[in-house]
Design a protein around this ligand. Structure first.
Ligand code: 5GP
Length: 195
């Protein structure tokens, strides 16, 4: 790679329950050359999650401080409860070093990245069909009718965001979707620091 060449910033986003996390985990496991940002979150760790690896688990006060210091490249409240954000310094450092960087974030975050990094490449992970997404969202049948309606309304809005993205990958099968994402990384020219 030529000296001074910046790395590529790719964002993987998509509707709730489409399987972004699973596709990102496949990429992490099979393509260690792609650097995945570790987000900060105010959500408590789930069993098996490791601080600094899956997330940086922080208090609401620490999250506020990160925002105040302009330490987050983007941040959002997801599902109306917990806050999640991408630490800025590590991403910028990796891009400077010419490494490819992948962010797996929600739609609100993807829109912020678009504004701040016009050269970022935004990939929308789509469900195989609307029916499939509905199944994944309401399949468990444990939600009330009102809750189901709310989730479906959110999903409809989220699906409409597809036109804001540079590419779409249909998540029919995890490995296939992961490979497509990596191919996109490889086929994209590196980001132009001039924008
Ligand atoms: P979970 O709590 O299940 O790990 O993640 C919930 C949601 O938060 C997922 O949709 C994931 O994409 C999103 N998310 C994770 N990290 C970030 C981040 O740094 N920024 C934003 N905007 N969303 C994130």
């Amino acid at each position: 790679m030529a000296e001074g060449e910046r790395g590529r910033l790719i964002v993987l986003a998509g509707p709730t329950a489409v399987g972004k996390g699973t596709v990102a985990a496949w990429v992490r496991e099979h393509h260690p050359e792609i650097w995945m940002s570790v987000s900060a979150t105010t959500r408590p760790a789930r069993p098996g999650e490791v601080d600094g690896r899956h997330y940086h688990f922080v208090s609401p006060e620490e999250f506020d401080r990160l925002i105040a210091e302009d330490g987050l490249l983007e941040y959002a409240t997801v599902h109306g409860v917990n806050r999640y954000g991408t630490p800025r310094a590590a991403v910028e450092e990796k891009l400077e070093q010419g490494e490819s960087v992948l962010l797996e974030i929600d739609l609100q975050g993807a829109r912020q990245v678009r504004e701040r990094f016009p050269e970022a490449f935004l990939v929308f992970l789509a469900p195989p069909s609307w029916d499939e997404l509905v199944n994944r969202l309401v399949g468990r049948g444990t939600e009330t009718e009102a809750e189901r309606e709310r989730r479906l309304a959110t999903a409809r809005e989220e699906l409409a965001a597809v036109s804001e993205f540079d590419a779409t990958i249909v998540n029919t099968e995890v490995e296939e979707a992961g490979r497509e994402l990596v191919d996109l990384f490889r086929s994209r020219p590196p980001a132009d620091p001039a924008g």
